[in-house]
Ligand binder design. Structure first.
Ligand code: PRP
Ligand code: URA
Length: 209
């Protein structure tokens, strides 16, 4: 994959957790726990180049320099499966605001159907990170990015677990300004739009449906 907005996050802990998530024997309780853990690691990796603002801090012994995040961060989970990544990101970036985007793939056409949007009004002020574990055809991610941009977001990243090449191409073509961070790049989509080898339906695996 030579799209220069695509970043494959490589880390032994990510590889280990992806294996647990892919395993069909992993039940929802463990799936949620591991998804939360891997999301924390993704959050740390994705935030590596965030700007900081210098402040003064008093230690018990003397004054020294300290830092705050310089930019407002908004986390935007795509319902439902993006919710599985939210707490892990919030544990690492607790000052983030949260915007929700409701999209559901039509099982026949594979096109995303919109049903909900609620996000902070000042998205233009900082960085927005879209959370969705699965980037399959890319239709849902592209649509989520459209909504966020229509509502003012300018500096946006997409965080996912598993991407298909088809989805990376689609998002790169429609939103070349958006960096795509991903824990695994898989082979292809099947005839029903599922990622192979993938991990199945992420929403079903998280919520036991
Ligand atoms: C899944 C997933 C993505 C989308 C990816 O959600 O969480 O949002 O499919 O597929 P795409 O790249 O082809 O658009 P789904 O629509 O199944 O909704 P759910 O999370 O509510 O189950
Ligand atoms: N959505 C999922 O949850 N899994 C896939 O493999 C594709 C879309």
């Amino acid at each position: 994959m030579n799209q220069n907005n695509f970043i494959l996050l490589e880390h032994p802990l990510i590889k280990r957790d992806m294996t647990i998530l892919r395993d069909r024997q992993t039940a929802p309780e463990e799936f949620r726990m591991v998804l939360n853990r891997i999301s924390r690691i993704l959050a740390v990796e994705i935030s590596k180049n965030f700007n900081v603002q210098e402040i003064n801090v008093d230690t018990p012994l003397e004054k020294t320099k300290g830092y705050l995040l310089a930019d407002q961060i908004v986390l935007a989970p795509v319902l439902r499966a993006g919710l599985g990544m939210l707490n892990g990101f919030l544990e690492v970036i607790p000052e983030a605001k949260v915007g929700h985007i409701g999209l559901k793939r039509d099982e026949e056409t594979l096109n995303p159907i919109y049903y909900y949007y609620k996000a902070p009004v000042d998205l233009d002020k900082g960085i927005t990170i879209v959370l969705d574990p699965m980037l399959a055809t890319g239709g849902s991610a592209a649509e989520a990015l459209n909504y966020l941009k229509e509502n003012g977001a300018k500096n946006i990243a997409l965080a996912c677990l598993v991407a298909a090449p088809e989805g990376v191409k689609k998002v790169s073509a429609c939103h070349s300004d958006v960096k795509i961070f991903c824990a695994a790049l898989d082979r292809q989509l099947n005839s029903k739009g599922y990622i192979l080898p993938g991990l199945g339906d992420a929403g079903d695996r998280i919520f036991g449906t």
